[in-house]
Design a protein around this ligand. Structure first.
Ligand code: LHQ
Length: 259
């Protein structure tokens, strides 16, 4: 273990950087310090010529339940809702941008649930493997919010506009098998094989020269029309608009006040 922090663990196994979200008691729900920590870990691995790929995984029964809603509720007690977009732009979107620009591939190994911004983070990675028990929950709508952290464009690019609408507005939960069938993820594996499979893919990619990976990522993302900057900013702005709506506040409070 090179370095550790309770909520994000950082390790290097040979040429593979391993980042583990580690707040299992909250299904790895994200906070600003976690996102900052994640960004630093990605940046450090990106700058380390000895690292050829990165696995992003999580501990416990979920991959990531999106924004920590207790923290969000606290945020609204101290700040104007219009500030949320700025917070997303400053502290969350850099991770999404970083993953796209890294000269190494990032593989998400998804076990359990990936909800809201947790789903967006998985979608921001270059490759996604999921355990058969994994699922994807578009939590935004139920909370009165809209997709963020690149979740609008990554979803449309993966499954097309119609299906992205369905997943955002109609669907409760997408199973790992459906996600693979729809091209949302690369592969479903048995739960007990997830870590090994992610490491195998990561080791294989790590044999490719970094410059070739960097250029391939850039070229494929450009070919898919993925230019993040402006879209991330727009999403963050749109989230501020949703954040100012009392329906959202009531839905949020009903989640955090559950006994
Ligand atoms: C949680 C959470 C959570 C805190 C489960 N927070 N504790 C917005 C603003 C700013 C920046 C970035 O992005 C965003 C966009 C978003 O991400 S909005 C979407 C936020 N996420 C959600 O709305 C998901 C809320 N969670 C759920 O709906 C369920 O927990 C799911 C469907 C994910 C999983 O259900 P279960 O498997 O039944 O687990 P659970 O509900 O029993 O959760 C386990 C614990 O984790 C529980 O705590 P407890 O103390 O009762 O054991 C939950 O309260 C806690 N938890 N998600 N986001």
């Amino acid at each position: 273990m090179l370095e550790s922090n309770p909520s994000v663990l950082i390790d290097q196994k040979g040429a593979v950087g391993v980042i583990t979200l580690n707040r299992p008691e909250r299904l790895n729900a994200i906070t600003i310090p976690m996102m900052q920590r994640l960004d630093h870990a990605l940046a450090d691995f990106g700058a380390n010529e000895g690292v050829g790929s990165i696995v992003l995984q999580a501990t416990g029964k979920g991959f990531c339940a999106g924004q920590d809603l207790r923290v969000l509720s606290q945020f609204y007690r101290q700040h104007d809702s219009a500030e949320l977009g700025d917070v997303i732009q400053r502290h969350y979107n850099p991770v999404i941008q970083r993953i796209a620009e890294l000269p190494v591939a990032v593989i998400a190994a998804v076990q359990g649930v990936a909800a809201g911004a947790g789903w967006s983070i998985a979608m921001a990675c270059d490759l996604r493997l999921a355990a058969r028990s994994a699922s994807f929950v578009p939590a935004f709508g139920k909370l009165g919010l809209s997709p963020d952290l690149g979740g609008t464009s990554s979803l449309v690019e993966a499954v097309g506009l119609g299906k992205a609408m369905e997943y955002s507005l109609v669907t409760d939960r997408v199973t790992a098998d459906e996600a693979a069938e729809m091209g949302l993820i690369n592969r479903v594996v048995a739960d007990e094989e997830l870590t090994d499979c992610a490491m195998q893919w990561a080791k294989r990619i790590a044999t490719i020269p970094r410059e070739a990976v960097r250029v391939t990522k850039k070229a494929l993302r450009e070919a898919a029309g993925m230019s993040h900057g402006g879209r991330l900013k727009n999403e963050a702005h749109d989230q501020s608009i949703c954040a100012g709506n009392m329906d959202h506040r009531n839905l949020l409070e009903s989640f955090v006040s559950k006994p």
